[in-house]
Write a protein that binds this ligand. Structure first.
Ligand SMILES: Nc1ncnc2c1ncn2[C@@H]1O[C@H](COP(=O)(O)OP(=O)(O)O)[C@@H](O)[C@H]1O
Ligand SMILES: [Mg+2]
Length: 306
Protein backbone atom coordinates (compact mmCIF):
# COMPACT_ATOMS: atom_id res chain seq x y z
CA UNK A 1 0.00 0.00 0.00
CA UNK A 2 1.19 3.45 -0.82
CA UNK A 3 2.37 5.59 2.07
CA UNK A 4 1.60 8.71 0.07
CA UNK A 5 -1.49 10.85 0.66
CA UNK A 6 -1.93 11.10 -3.10
CA UNK A 7 -0.32 8.80 -5.61
CA UNK A 8 -1.24 9.57 -9.19
CA UNK A 9 0.22 6.92 -11.43
CA UNK A 10 -1.40 8.15 -14.60
CA UNK A 11 -4.03 10.81 -15.14
CA UNK A 12 -5.33 11.98 -18.47
CA UNK A 13 -8.26 14.31 -19.07
CA UNK A 14 -9.66 15.44 -22.37
CA UNK A 15 -12.39 17.98 -22.83
CA UNK A 16 -13.65 16.95 -26.25
CA UNK A 17 -10.57 16.99 -28.45
CA UNK A 18 -8.62 19.22 -26.08
CA UNK A 19 -6.22 17.43 -23.80
CA UNK A 20 -6.19 19.33 -20.48
CA UNK A 21 -4.02 16.75 -18.68
CA UNK A 22 -1.66 14.52 -20.60
CA UNK A 23 -0.59 11.51 -18.57
CA UNK A 24 0.34 13.14 -15.30
CA UNK A 25 2.04 11.26 -12.45
CA UNK A 26 2.52 12.78 -9.03
CA UNK A 27 3.26 11.77 -5.46
CA UNK A 28 2.15 13.79 -2.45
CA UNK A 29 3.84 12.61 0.77
CA UNK A 30 1.63 12.23 3.81
CA UNK A 31 1.65 15.17 6.19
CA UNK A 32 3.22 17.54 3.69
CA UNK A 33 2.09 20.83 2.24
CA UNK A 34 2.16 20.22 -1.49
CA UNK A 35 2.01 23.12 -3.93
CA UNK A 36 0.79 22.52 -7.47
CA UNK A 37 2.02 25.51 -9.34
CA UNK A 38 1.31 26.61 -12.84
CA UNK A 39 -0.03 29.42 -14.99
CA UNK A 40 -3.77 29.84 -15.54
CA UNK A 41 -5.09 27.13 -17.81
CA UNK A 42 -2.30 24.67 -16.92
CA UNK A 43 -4.78 22.08 -15.68
CA UNK A 44 -4.49 22.45 -11.89
CA UNK A 45 -8.23 22.63 -11.18
CA UNK A 46 -8.89 19.84 -13.65
CA UNK A 47 -6.42 17.65 -11.77
CA UNK A 48 -8.00 18.27 -8.37
CA UNK A 49 -11.56 17.87 -9.67
CA UNK A 50 -10.56 14.58 -11.29
CA UNK A 51 -9.20 13.26 -7.99
CA UNK A 52 -12.41 14.28 -6.23
CA UNK A 53 -14.60 12.74 -8.97
CA UNK A 54 -16.25 16.12 -9.57
CA UNK A 55 -15.35 15.58 -13.20
CA UNK A 56 -14.70 12.28 -14.88
CA UNK A 57 -11.09 11.79 -15.95
CA UNK A 58 -10.44 10.15 -19.31
CA UNK A 59 -7.93 7.76 -17.78
CA UNK A 60 -6.90 7.60 -14.15
CA UNK A 61 -4.83 5.23 -12.07
CA UNK A 62 -3.69 5.89 -8.53
CA UNK A 63 -4.64 6.17 -4.88
CA UNK A 64 -5.99 8.74 -2.44
CA UNK A 65 -5.16 8.00 1.20
CA UNK A 66 -4.23 4.49 0.14
CA UNK A 67 -7.57 3.70 -1.57
CA UNK A 68 -8.21 3.70 -5.31
CA UNK A 69 -9.05 7.18 -6.65
CA UNK A 70 -12.82 7.57 -6.74
CA UNK A 71 -13.51 5.50 -3.62
CA UNK A 72 -16.59 7.11 -2.02
CA UNK A 73 -15.78 6.27 1.59
CA UNK A 74 -12.31 7.77 1.29
CA UNK A 75 -13.70 11.02 -0.07
CA UNK A 76 -15.37 11.59 3.30
CA UNK A 77 -11.88 12.00 4.78
CA UNK A 78 -11.03 14.67 2.23
CA UNK A 79 -11.65 18.42 2.44
CA UNK A 80 -12.07 20.73 -0.53
CA UNK A 81 -12.08 24.45 -1.06
CA UNK A 82 -13.12 24.90 -4.70
CA UNK A 83 -11.69 27.59 -6.91
CA UNK A 84 -13.89 30.70 -6.66
CA UNK A 85 -16.10 28.85 -4.20
CA UNK A 86 -19.69 29.99 -4.27
CA UNK A 87 -22.15 29.23 -1.50
CA UNK A 88 -25.86 30.03 -1.46
CA UNK A 89 -26.10 33.73 -0.63
CA UNK A 90 -29.01 33.33 1.80
CA UNK A 91 -27.21 30.81 4.03
CA UNK A 92 -25.25 31.99 7.03
CA UNK A 93 -21.59 31.06 7.38
CA UNK A 94 -22.53 28.66 10.15
CA UNK A 95 -25.08 26.97 7.89
CA UNK A 96 -22.54 26.61 5.07
CA UNK A 97 -20.13 24.84 7.41
CA UNK A 98 -22.89 22.70 8.88
CA UNK A 99 -24.16 21.68 5.46
CA UNK A 100 -20.69 20.67 4.33
CA UNK A 101 -20.31 18.59 7.50
CA UNK A 102 -23.56 16.77 6.79
CA UNK A 103 -22.46 16.04 3.22
CA UNK A 104 -19.29 14.38 4.48
CA UNK A 105 -21.13 12.34 7.10
CA UNK A 106 -20.21 14.27 10.24
CA UNK A 107 -22.78 13.84 13.02
CA UNK A 108 -24.73 16.88 14.19
CA UNK A 109 -23.21 16.70 17.65
CA UNK A 110 -19.70 16.66 16.17
CA UNK A 111 -20.53 19.56 13.88
CA UNK A 112 -21.72 21.47 16.92
CA UNK A 113 -18.65 20.69 18.99
CA UNK A 114 -16.23 21.62 16.20
CA UNK A 115 -18.03 24.76 15.04
CA UNK A 116 -16.66 27.36 17.47
CA UNK A 117 -13.07 26.18 17.14
CA UNK A 118 -13.31 26.34 13.36
CA UNK A 119 -14.95 29.75 13.33
CA UNK A 120 -12.23 31.12 15.56
CA UNK A 121 -9.49 29.47 13.48
CA UNK A 122 -10.74 31.27 10.38
CA UNK A 123 -11.55 34.46 12.29
CA UNK A 124 -15.29 34.46 11.56
CA UNK A 125 -16.85 34.20 15.04
CA UNK A 126 -18.45 37.63 14.75
CA UNK A 127 -19.95 36.90 11.34
CA UNK A 128 -21.09 33.31 11.59
CA UNK A 129 -24.79 34.15 11.79
CA UNK A 130 -24.84 36.70 8.99
CA UNK A 131 -25.76 35.74 5.45
CA UNK A 132 -23.06 34.95 2.89
CA UNK A 133 -24.53 37.79 0.79
CA UNK A 134 -23.06 40.27 3.32
CA UNK A 135 -19.54 38.77 3.13
CA UNK A 136 -16.50 40.17 1.38
CA UNK A 137 -14.46 37.92 -0.92
CA UNK A 138 -11.97 37.28 1.88
CA UNK A 139 -14.73 36.31 4.32
CA UNK A 140 -16.17 33.90 1.77
CA UNK A 141 -12.77 32.26 1.51
CA UNK A 142 -12.55 32.00 5.30
CA UNK A 143 -15.92 30.27 5.49
CA UNK A 144 -14.83 28.16 2.51
CA UNK A 145 -11.78 27.02 4.47
CA UNK A 146 -13.85 26.25 7.55
CA UNK A 147 -16.35 24.14 5.57
CA UNK A 148 -13.39 22.28 4.00
CA UNK A 149 -12.17 21.41 7.49
CA UNK A 150 -15.43 20.43 9.22
CA UNK A 151 -14.81 16.71 8.68
CA UNK A 152 -11.24 17.05 10.10
CA UNK A 153 -9.94 15.68 6.80
CA UNK A 154 -6.70 13.76 6.51
CA UNK A 155 -6.21 15.39 3.14
CA UNK A 156 -7.39 18.84 2.12
CA UNK A 157 -7.41 20.42 -1.34
CA UNK A 158 -7.31 24.20 -1.55
CA UNK A 159 -7.78 25.53 -5.07
CA UNK A 160 -6.34 29.05 -5.29
CA UNK A 161 -7.12 29.77 -1.62
CA UNK A 162 -5.81 33.34 -1.63
CA UNK A 163 -7.52 34.41 -4.84
CA UNK A 164 -9.11 37.82 -4.34
CA UNK A 165 -8.03 37.96 -0.69
CA UNK A 166 -6.33 41.05 0.74
CA UNK A 167 -2.74 40.85 2.07
CA UNK A 168 -3.82 40.45 5.69
CA UNK A 169 -6.18 37.65 4.72
CA UNK A 170 -3.38 35.95 2.80
CA UNK A 171 -1.21 35.89 5.90
CA UNK A 172 -4.13 34.40 7.85
CA UNK A 173 -4.64 31.70 5.24
CA UNK A 174 -0.96 30.82 5.38
CA UNK A 175 -1.28 30.53 9.17
CA UNK A 176 -4.28 28.22 8.73
CA UNK A 177 -2.29 26.01 6.37
CA UNK A 178 0.46 25.82 8.99
CA UNK A 179 -2.15 24.80 11.58
CA UNK A 180 -3.45 22.03 9.31
CA UNK A 181 0.08 20.74 8.74
CA UNK A 182 0.81 20.83 12.46
CA UNK A 183 -2.32 18.72 12.98
CA UNK A 184 -0.84 16.11 10.62
CA UNK A 185 -3.16 16.88 7.73
CA UNK A 186 -1.85 16.76 4.19
CA UNK A 187 -2.52 20.02 2.38
CA UNK A 188 -2.65 20.19 -1.41
CA UNK A 189 -2.60 23.78 -2.64
CA UNK A 190 -3.24 24.86 -6.21
CA UNK A 191 -1.85 28.25 -7.07
CA UNK A 192 -0.69 30.35 -9.96
CA UNK A 193 1.06 32.61 -7.43
CA UNK A 194 4.67 31.59 -6.96
CA UNK A 195 5.29 33.62 -3.84
CA UNK A 196 2.28 32.06 -2.09
CA UNK A 197 3.48 28.53 -2.73
CA UNK A 198 7.05 29.41 -1.90
CA UNK A 199 6.03 30.44 1.59
CA UNK A 200 4.00 27.36 2.54
CA UNK A 201 4.96 24.32 0.50
CA UNK A 202 7.32 21.48 1.43
CA UNK A 203 6.94 19.94 -2.03
CA UNK A 204 6.26 21.61 -5.33
CA UNK A 205 5.18 20.36 -8.71
CA UNK A 206 5.11 22.67 -11.69
CA UNK A 207 2.33 22.04 -14.17
CA UNK A 208 2.29 23.61 -17.62
CA UNK A 209 -0.06 22.73 -20.47
CA UNK A 210 -1.24 19.59 -18.77
CA UNK A 211 2.24 18.21 -18.05
CA UNK A 212 4.24 18.07 -14.83
CA UNK A 213 7.56 19.59 -15.80
CA UNK A 214 9.23 19.57 -12.37
CA UNK A 215 8.37 17.91 -9.08
CA UNK A 216 10.63 18.03 -6.05
CA UNK A 217 10.97 18.95 -2.41
CA UNK A 218 11.05 22.71 -2.07
CA UNK A 219 14.56 22.58 -0.57
CA UNK A 220 15.83 20.61 -3.55
CA UNK A 221 14.21 22.86 -6.13
CA UNK A 222 15.90 25.94 -4.81
CA UNK A 223 19.23 24.22 -4.16
CA UNK A 224 22.02 24.89 -6.64
CA UNK A 225 22.59 28.31 -8.05
CA UNK A 226 23.27 29.52 -4.52
CA UNK A 227 25.69 32.40 -4.03
CA UNK A 228 27.13 34.85 -1.55
CA UNK A 229 27.13 38.55 -2.18
CA UNK A 230 29.45 40.91 -0.28
CA UNK A 231 28.86 44.63 -0.42
CA UNK A 232 31.43 47.18 0.65
CA UNK A 233 30.84 50.83 1.47
CA UNK A 234 32.65 51.98 -1.68
CA UNK A 235 34.13 50.55 -4.89
CA UNK A 236 36.51 47.65 -4.32
CA UNK A 237 40.10 48.99 -4.86
CA UNK A 238 41.57 47.89 -8.22
CA UNK A 239 44.39 45.79 -6.78
CA UNK A 240 41.99 43.73 -4.65
CA UNK A 241 39.59 43.50 -7.52
CA UNK A 242 42.25 42.08 -9.84
CA UNK A 243 43.26 39.48 -7.28
CA UNK A 244 39.65 38.39 -6.78
CA UNK A 245 38.94 38.27 -10.49
CA UNK A 246 42.02 36.11 -11.04
CA UNK A 247 40.31 33.61 -8.73
CA UNK A 248 37.14 33.68 -10.78
CA UNK A 249 35.24 35.90 -8.36
CA UNK A 250 32.95 38.51 -9.83
CA UNK A 251 33.41 42.14 -8.80
CA UNK A 252 31.19 45.01 -9.90
CA UNK A 253 31.64 48.35 -8.16
CA UNK A 254 30.97 47.76 -4.47
CA UNK A 255 29.63 44.22 -4.97
CA UNK A 256 31.57 40.95 -4.83
CA UNK A 257 29.72 37.79 -5.86
CA UNK A 258 30.82 34.21 -5.15
CA UNK A 259 28.95 31.42 -6.90
CA UNK A 260 29.12 28.85 -4.13
CA UNK A 261 27.07 27.28 -1.38
CA UNK A 262 30.17 26.85 0.81
CA UNK A 263 30.46 29.67 3.31
CA UNK A 264 34.06 28.84 4.23
CA UNK A 265 35.27 29.84 0.76
CA UNK A 266 33.84 33.28 1.47
CA UNK A 267 36.09 33.89 4.49
CA UNK A 268 39.43 34.47 2.65
CA UNK A 269 37.65 36.98 0.44
CA UNK A 270 36.44 38.87 3.50
CA UNK A 271 40.01 38.75 4.86
CA UNK A 272 41.42 40.13 1.61
CA UNK A 273 38.89 42.96 1.63
CA UNK A 274 39.48 43.79 5.29
CA UNK A 275 43.27 43.71 4.85
CA UNK A 276 42.82 46.33 2.14
CA UNK A 277 40.77 48.38 4.63
CA UNK A 278 37.57 47.88 2.70
CA UNK A 279 34.54 48.48 4.91
CA UNK A 280 32.05 45.63 4.56
CA UNK A 281 28.44 46.73 4.75
CA UNK A 282 26.62 43.51 4.04
CA UNK A 283 27.10 39.80 3.40
CA UNK A 284 24.11 38.08 1.91
CA UNK A 285 23.25 34.47 1.04
CA UNK A 286 21.20 34.30 -2.14
CA UNK A 287 19.17 31.38 -3.39
CA UNK A 288 17.31 31.26 -6.67
CA UNK A 289 13.65 31.97 -6.06
CA UNK A 290 10.92 29.63 -7.09
CA UNK A 291 10.11 32.20 -9.72
CA UNK A 292 13.55 31.80 -11.32
CA UNK A 293 13.07 28.03 -11.34
CA UNK A 294 9.53 28.28 -12.63
CA UNK A 295 10.46 30.55 -15.51
CA UNK A 296 13.39 28.32 -16.38
CA UNK A 297 11.19 25.21 -16.36
CA UNK A 298 8.41 26.76 -18.43
CA UNK A 299 10.93 28.20 -20.88
CA UNK A 300 12.50 24.76 -21.35
CA UNK A 301 9.09 23.27 -21.98
CA UNK A 302 8.27 25.93 -24.53
CA UNK A 303 11.42 25.08 -26.48
CA UNK A 304 10.54 21.39 -26.49
CA UNK A 305 7.08 22.14 -27.70
CA UNK A 306 8.34 24.39 -30.48
N1 LIG B 1 -15.38 22.16 -18.79
C1 LIG B 1 -14.40 22.43 -19.65
N2 LIG B 1 -14.57 22.28 -20.97
C2 LIG B 1 -13.60 22.55 -21.85
N3 LIG B 1 -12.36 22.97 -21.51
C3 LIG B 1 -12.12 23.15 -20.20
C4 LIG B 1 -13.12 22.89 -19.21
N4 LIG B 1 -12.59 23.17 -18.00
C5 LIG B 1 -11.32 23.57 -18.22
N5 LIG B 1 -11.04 23.56 -19.54
C6 LIG B 1 -9.74 23.92 -20.15
O1 LIG B 1 -8.76 23.06 -19.63
C7 LIG B 1 -7.55 23.76 -19.39
C8 LIG B 1 -7.16 23.63 -17.95
O2 LIG B 1 -8.10 24.32 -17.13
P1 LIG B 1 -7.97 24.37 -15.56
O3 LIG B 1 -7.84 23.00 -15.03
O4 LIG B 1 -9.09 25.18 -15.05
O5 LIG B 1 -6.57 25.15 -15.39
P2 LIG B 1 -5.97 25.90 -14.11
O6 LIG B 1 -6.77 25.49 -12.93
O7 LIG B 1 -4.54 25.45 -14.05
O8 LIG B 1 -6.07 27.36 -14.39
C9 LIG B 1 -7.81 25.20 -19.82
O9 LIG B 1 -7.32 25.36 -21.12
C10 LIG B 1 -9.31 25.30 -19.78
O10 LIG B 1 -9.76 26.25 -20.71
MG1 LIG C 1 -7.74 26.67 -11.58
Amino acid sequence: MSDAAVEIEYLRKRYGRFEALGGVSLTVPKGSVFGLLGPNGAGKSTLVKSLLTIIRPTECRGTLLGAPIGDRKTLRRVGYLPEQARFPEYLTGRQVISYSGQLTGVSNSEIKSRMDGLLSLVGMQGWADKAVSTYSKGMRQRIGLAQAMINTPDLIFLDEPTDGVDPEGRIDIRRMIDTMKAAGQTVFVNSHLLSEVEQVADYVAILARGQVIRSAPMSELTRGGQRYVIRSSGPVPPFVREKLEQNGIKVAGDTVTLETDNVSTVQPVIDALRTANVLIREIREEKPSLEDIFLEAVKGQGREAA
